[in-house]
Design a protein around this ligand. Structure first.
Ligand SMILES: Cc1cc2nc3c(=O)[nH]c(=O)nc-3n(C[C@H](O)[C@H](O)[C@H](O)COP(=O)(O)OP(=O)(O)OC[C@H]3O[C@@H](n4cnc5c(N)ncnc54)[C@H](O)[C@@H]3O)c2cc1C
Length: 379
């Protein structure tokens, strides 16, 4: 006999699946109609896809993974699938999505109920855009760099000073989250949400990149920026970092999966005319289809328990992220070999995907950081 509670759970699951599939359909439509026509402008002219980001927010792309929304369970799989639909077209936009997703993830994983009811809804709907300045802290926590933002405790909050070289998805009306340490107690680290228009915040565009130039990536200078106590997400950060780190890493898979899928279709595109010679290339689209299916299965299984504190779980997350980054670079490399000269012209997708793919392997946690983490983890 089926219990009422079981029936309710089945109904709730069906409702979640329906909501997820409607988000994915809408995201696919935005990617095809609004993003696809501007990918070359994003890549070559550094156009920031703001209207697309807003449309993705309206489609629900930034809300599936946050705790407490809709069914209450964080659905990282849908967030990754949505990001991967966009990454099939453009990694700049997919990375902006990751920045936005990470911002929402931090807000809703914190205990700051005020921010969850003010900034939170604006972020997950795409009304307010923003990013995450956690590369330096993530490297600091694993012994690669020193924390760059320093703070003083003052009445009602902290004042923060420091310089971060690259933070993306920013603008004058955007927000980002950062981690700073107390000048007089460096072991005490705090995370807060920072308004780009706050007095003392300076955004400077001082680099142009080989790809990902449409991501509004700025150097951020902070000079005595006041962060009020009601903008603090964690103080101290230690337990909170354990809660956010797997989600932070897993969500990046969306960038890799979409890029790999597009590279597979670039290989298939030239199969009819070139199979007599392309069949000698070591890796074929079928090989990447199989590896992508395996990567997705592993990642989506890990997405079910993002707060699992077991070190063995975190090790699997790091391994999955490393594999996704490496396979993205491989897929782009082989797409280039399959496409040949037609992929080498300036407007071709293959050469753009190759430049973009390296970003998946160098964005924090980069391949080298992941390898260091694995080397230092107990088995
Ligand atoms: C397009 C783009 C977008 C990014 N967006 C974000 C973001 O949104 N949030 C975020 O926190 N991080 C961001 N980063 C930083 C990124 O996540 C990595 O931390 C960064 O690429 C360096 O990682 P790494 O492992 O190579 O560092 P390492 O090799 O360990 O060291 C790199 C360090 O060397 C210095 N350095 C090296 N080359 C230069 C240079 N040309 N100019 C200045 N300093 C240099 C910097 O101090 C840097 O921290 C972005 C980077 C890029 C290229």
């Amino acid at each position: 006999m089926v219990h009422a509670a079981d029936q309710l759970e089945v109904a709730a699951q069906a409702k979640r699946a329906l909501a997820a599939s409607s988000i994915l359909d809408d995201v696919e439509a935005v990617a095809a109609k609004e993003l696809s026509p501007i990918v070359t402008a994003i890549d070559r002219e550094g156009v920031y896809p703001e209207a697309v980001m807003r449309a993705l927010g309206a489609a629900g792309a930034f809300k599936a993974h946050v705790t407490g929304i809709d069914a209450g369970t964080p659905d990282l799989e849908t967030a990754i699938r949505a990001m991967s639909k966009v990454s099939e077209h453009c990694l700049s936009t997919a990375f902006c999505m990751w920045c936005q997703d990470a911002l929402g993830w931090y807000l809703y994983t914190s205990n700051n109920e005020g921010l969850k009811s003010t900034l939170g809804p604006a972020v997950i709907s795409g009304e307010t855009l923003g990013g995450t300045a956690l590369s330096n802290p993530m490297k600091t926590l694993f012994g690669i760099e020193r924390l760059k933002l320093k703070a003083k405790r003052v009445a009602g909050g902290y004042t923060v000073t420091g310089l971060l070289p690259w933070v993306s998805n920013l603008g004058p009306d955007h927000y980002f989250c950062g981690i700073f340490e107390l000048e007089d107690n460096p072991g005490h680290r705090v995370m807060g949400a920072i308004d780009c228009s706050a007095p003392g915040v300076r955004l400077t565009q001082n680099d142009d990149f080989v790809a990902l130039d449409g991501t509004r990536t700025f150097a951020i200078g902070l000079k005595d920026v006041f962060i009020a106590d009601d903008r603090i997400l964690a103080d101290p950060i230690d337990a909170y970092i354990q809660r956010i780190r797997a989600g932070f890493i897993l969500l990046q898979a969306g960038m890799a999966f979409g890029l790999i899928r597009n590279c597979i279709s670039l290989m298939r595109q030239v199969r009819d005319g070139l199979s007599h010679v392309n069949k000698y290339i070591e890796r074929q689209p079928e090989d990447f289809e199989a590896s992508l299916a395996e990567l997705e299965a592993t990642t989506f299984a890990l997405c079910e328990t993002p707060f699992d504190p077991d070190p063995a779980y975190f090790r699997r997350v790091v391994e999955a992220r490393l594999a996704a980054g490496e396979e993205a670079v491989q897929a782009a490399h082989y797409a280039m070999l399959h496409q040949g000269a037609r992929g080498y012209v300036g407007s071709a997708a293959a050469q753009r995907r190759l430049r973009e793919a390296y970003f998946v392997a160098i964005v924090t946690p980069a391949t080298k950081q992941l390898r260091k983490m694995l080397a230092e983890m107990s088995h």
